[in-house]
Design a binder for this molecule. Structure first.
Ligand SMILES: [Zn+2]
Ligand SMILES: [Zn+2]
Ligand SMILES: [Zn+2]
Length: 331
């Protein structure tokens, strides 16, 4: 091992994974006093107020620090990246990265303990008509079927309880206790659509970077239990962020509901495509609408995927190109 290797800290060694600025930020936060300072300022933070600045004396009192020189040293370290000093007012306020950091900790607190045991909801499985349940573990909210394998008929989820996931959404545990099981179904549909809408419109919902996008197609797909891809549907749109690694996959059936031509097609037929938190029926209804869409691969090289929605003897067809962008609308 060379001298350079010996003096390199573990954070420095991982700098190439996330970039120097990110590891510098992590290093800055590796101190209890600095974290206490962020929370002390956050406590008095009011986004609607013109003046968010918290006086030095207030911070010192809140964190119980009796060495002003040392506290100023830590504040100085946080300045720039996390804290801004408002000279004209003589106080400190949180910059946006610090606000996001504190929010992430608050919304994710207890992420490993929070659980919801399977709770029945009034929505039948779209594939086998059995009863379905909501459950929550490790930061993910599941809507699942007890009887069939849900969206993944070719995968072994036997160790899961219940085994057949129909949807799986990252969901902040802070919101978990605020909803009934059916309320969770609607809230998770809203959260899932918001994330999917964001990547479909080209921006990562986590870090605001551009996303890569492509279709995966299973060449010999068996919808009743495909041992090749393991999924219910053989054509999946993928979205991946190269900056933070965020990934979303979705059937194009769902993406069609984001296109204004499809929204107005349904509107003309008196059908709403809106999902609202607190409105379980809207979540059920829009999920069924998307499942009824027909997906056809209409081009091999380059890939072209068509999605057709039908109502009262009329239909509309969207064509997606290989980058999951709509290139044609036929009504
Ligand atoms: Zn089922
Ligand atoms: Zn990202
Ligand atoms: Zn397959």
């Amino acid at each position: 091992m060379s001298d350079a290797d010996q003096t390199e800290s573990p954070l420095e060694a991982t700098a190439d994974a996330v970039g120097r600025r990110a590891t510098d930020a992590f290093a800055l936060l590796g101190d209890e006093t600095r974290l206490a300072i962020l929370l002390a300022i956050w406590e008095r933070h009011d986004l609607r107020a013109d003046d968010n600045a918290v006086a030095f004396s207030q911070i010192a009192e809140r964190v119980g620090h009796d060495d002003p020189g040392n506290l100023r040293y830590h504040l100085k370290k946080l300045e720039g990246q996390f804290v801004r000093q408002r000279d004209e007012r003589g106080g400190y306020e949180l910059r946006v990265p610090a606000q996001k950091l504190v929010r992430a900790v608050i919304s994710g607190a207890g992420v490993h303990d929070e659980r919801l045991e399977p709770a029945a909801i009034d929505q039948r499985c779209p594939f086998c008509d059995a009863r379905t349940v909501m459950s929550y573990r490790e930061g993910t909210l599941f809507w699942a079927c007890h009887e069939c394998d849900g969206m993944t008929p070719g995968r072994d989820f036997a160790s899961f309880d219940p085994p057949g996931p129909l949807t799986a959404q990252p969901f902040d545990p802070a919101g978990l206790r605020e909803w009934s099981p059916e309320g969770l179904r609607a809230a998770s549909a809203v959260v899932g659509r918001r994330r999917l809408r964001s990547v479909f419109d080209g921006v990562c919902p986590t870090c605001s970077s551009p996303v890569e996008r492509w279709f995966d197609r299973c060449p010999d797909h068996d919808p009743d239990g495909c041992t090749d891809c393991g999924l219910r549907f053989g054509t999946t749109a993928h979205f991946r962020c190269r900056t933070c690694g965020h990934h979303d996959g979705a059937t194009p059936k769902r993406l069609a509901l984001f296109h204004p031509a499809v929204v107005s097609f349904y509107h003309d037929h008196g059908v709403s495509t809106r999902v609202r938190a607190g409105d379980f029926e809207s979540a059920k209804h829009v999920h069924d609408l998307a499942l009824d869409h027909e997906v056809t691969v209409v081009g091999e090289d380059p890939t072209r995927v068509a999605v057709t929605a039908s109502r009262d003897g009329e239909s509309i067809r969207l064509t997606f190109d290989e980058t999951v962008r709509v290139v044609d609308v036929d009504r």
